[in-house]
Write a protein that binds this ligand. Structure first.
Ligand code: SF4
Length: 170
């Protein structure tokens, strides 16, 4: 799961924005200012597929209705001036992003469950995450020193926790 950190907005004091949103202050041409994603090429799949979700069979995308305002009527959180249509999204890219986002969410929930079984200090969580995500690839090549049996695959997530190495930073 990706939870994009919010930071104070410069254009709209008293409100917050995604930390990756670059703001340009309002001018005559753009009275509400401009905002651009500073990581557009690497933005999360959830952003890429907004505002779609997978249908019940996980085969098709469904657009959900966007409210006119994201939070409490504050004008800074006004959203799209019209509802999105299917033609606003590229079909294959959207489905692929939704599938990846769903897969990664399932994976992260598994990691979170492991962490929550025996949570360490909060500042050791990034190292725990780093160990998990750095060890997602194994090899069937017998000459590969990183060889792991199929049975070991299900235990790979647990190994980081069992080693306790991620707690050294705590
Ligand atoms: S597209 Fe996503 S990452 Fe980029 S500014 Fe918007 S919410 Fe943030």
């Amino acid at each position: 799961m990706i939870c994009l950190k919010h930071i104070p907005s410069l254009s709209f004091p008293g409100t917050t924005k995604c930390r990756f949103l670059t703001e340009c202050l309002p001018d005559e041409e753009h009275p509400k200012g401009l905002g651009r994603c500073s990581i557009y090429g690497s933005r999360p799949h959830t952003c890429r597929s907004f505002p779609a979700k997978l249908n019940d069979s996980n085969e098709l995308a469904v657009l959900y209705e966007i409210p006119s305002n994201g939070r409490d009527g504050e004008p800074a959180y006004d959203l799209c001036p019209r509802q999105w249509t299917a033609s606003d999204l590229e079909p294959n890219d959207t489905i692929q992003s939704l599938v990846i986002a769903q897969y990664e969410m399932t994976f992260f929930k598994k990691i979170a469950a492991i962490w929550n079984q025996n949570p360490g200090e909060w500042n050791s969580f990034p190292e725990f995450i780093d160990i998990i995500y750095s060890n997602r690839i194994s090899s069937e090549n017998k000459s590969d020193s990183n060889l792991e049996s199929p049975e070991a695959d299900d235990k790979r997530l647990h190994s980081a926790e069992e080693s306790g190495s991620y707690r050294k930073a705590a």
